[in-house]
Ligand binder design. Structure first.
Ligand code: C5P
Length: 239
């Protein structure tokens, strides 16, 4: 069985032992994993080699946000690791995203490898209206997310990370080929945790998401493989 690559499971785990246990338990149900700050900061490229050795695809979610030169150089190093997808914060601006795109393309060409997709984080799915007001933005969240998505598209970025609640508006504004990755996915009745702008797996797909990032509903389940299979079933039935 080849896992449905529309589902990306967030491996938010502290070390290799926990990762190996999760990945072995989930087995062939999942073939695309997200490695984020917790795991990459503790294990570094070892975890990427481990997952590549199992023929899994990797979204390396380090959300780079710095001046253009620093982000470009950071991404050049990360491109050597062989992840399928990398990301930056869209709020780093047009010039930063352009430098990021160029750097990834140049490094991949130099190495003779497929260019990793580069996507931009719009507004974190944990930000709710209260947090938003504290940040002193004058547009509403959905308008600003679409604005950032269009800015990312102008910079030649492949897609965005956004909430499933904004996916339809992004799809309408940026077209079908612009990748939309949505965290904030919760099956009916699952714990919301620190997420705010959420949808069910079926809802996220219906709104136009290409990839769903799901972490705790799978990784914290008593039986992570069954939890992943249940989400995949829901995606197949309704997606
Ligand atoms: O456990 P949960 O399903 O909430 O995990 C969601 C994952 O997606 C986490 O690893 C989080 O860092 C990531 N993420 C997010 N919101 C974004 C970007 C990434 O939740 N806007």
């Amino acid at each position: 069985m080849q896992g449905d690559k529309r589902l990306i499971v967030a491996l938010d785990a502290p070390d290799m032992d926990r990762v190996a246990c999760l990945v072995e338990t989930i087995g062939d149900a999942v073939s695309y994993y997200k490695v984020g700050m917790e795991l990459y900061y503790s294990e570094g490229s070892k975890v990427i080699s481990y997952l590549r050795g199992l023929d899994k695809e990797i979204f390396l979610d380090l959300k780079l946000h710095d001046i253009p030169n620093t982000v470009a150089r950071g991404l050049s190093s990360l491109t050597t690791l062989g992840a399928s997808m990398l990301n930056v914060h869209a709020s780093g601006g047009l010039r930063m995203m352009e430098a990021a795109r160029r750097s990834v393309a140049e490094k991949a060409a130099e190495l003779g490898i497929a260019r990793p997709k580069l996507i931009a984080v719009t507004i974190l799915t944990s930000i709710d209206e209260t947090e938003w007001v504290n940040l002193r933005h004058d547009k509403n969240i959905a308008e600003y997310v679409v604005h950032l998505a269009q800015l990312a598209q102008c910079a030649g970025i492949d897609g965005v990370v956004a909430s499933p609640q904004e996916a339809a508006a992004i799809r309408a504004a940026c077209g079908d080929n612009f990748i939309i990755v949505t965290p904030g996915v919760r099956p009916q009745g699952a714990a919301v945790n620190d997420q705010s702008r959420i949808a069910t797996p079926a809802g996220a797909l219906k709104n136009g998401a290409h990839h769903l990032v799901v972490g705790r509903p799978i990784t914290a389940a008593t039986d992570p493989r069954s939890a992943a299979l249940a989400i995949l079933r829901e995606m197949r039935e309704k997606g």
